[in-house]
Design a protein around this ligand. Structure first.
Ligand SMILES: Cc1cc2nc3c(=O)[nH]c(=O)nc-3n(C[C@H](O)[C@H](O)[C@H](O)COP(=O)(O)O)c2cc1C
Length: 171
């Protein structure tokens, strides 16, 4: 894969995340896990753009096994794939790494960086360094219908804001 700058990044973040989906992955060769996500943001906060790379946010419910890895590691990656991988992403979003080697099952190839993991088949990799983590709180929802629609079990997401430290694309 080839490293690019944020200026060279050429995706529609709304459709890439919400329609094509991404994997959130954390951990190292010693142990990692991944899960599918269709909620997130790519943008800018705290002047991190001055480093040229921007920031990325993901949202993870407390029961996800992947959360244990995100919480203990300094980095997480967001990986995007060509359309033909969508079935695999569907599988990784419907099964837990607690129960099986789901990455092995779908046949993705992990690539281990210094403190992070991504997949060789990805078309785009954002390596993120955690800057901020916070649980979403029920009392902070201005429109309470969101709670009704998405949090019947009160399993509010944790929000992770990460500084994008590396962007890789497939040639
Ligand atoms: C299309 C799709 C999008 C998803 N988006 C999210 C998300 O943004 N946040 C989240 O916590 N779970 C999301 N999930 C659910 C997790 O991917 C799923 O629970 C997964 O099995 C967790 O795996 P793990 O226990 O190995 O971490 C999504 C699932 C699918 C299929």
């Amino acid at each position: 894969m080839r490293e690019i700058t944020a200026k060279e990044l050429n995706i529609n973040p709304i459709t890439a995340i919400s329609e094509e989906w991404m994997l959130i992955t954390a951990g190292t060769e010693a142990g990692y896990n991944t899960m599918t996500a269709s909620w997130g943001h790519i943008g800018s906060i705290w002047g991190r753009r001055s480093f040229g790379m921007g920031t990325a946010i993901c949202y993870v419910r407390p029961q996800r096994y992947t959360k244990e890895f995100i919480d203990r590691e300094e980095y997480y990656t967001l990986t995007f794939f060509p359309a033909e991988y969508k079935d695999k992403l569907g599988y990784l979003g419907a099964h837990s790494g607690r129960d099986e080697d789901k990455v092995g099952k779908v046949g993705l190839t992990p690539v281990f960086g210094d403190g992070y993991t991504y997949f060789a088949e990805a078309s785009l990799v954002l390596v993120c360094r955690k800057l901020y983590q916070a649980p979403m709180l029920e009392e902070h929802f201005v429109d309470k219908s969101v709670v009704e629609d998405h949090y019947k079990a009160k399993d509010f997401h944790d929000m992770y804001i990460g500084e994008i430290v590396k962007i890789l694309v497939q040639d």
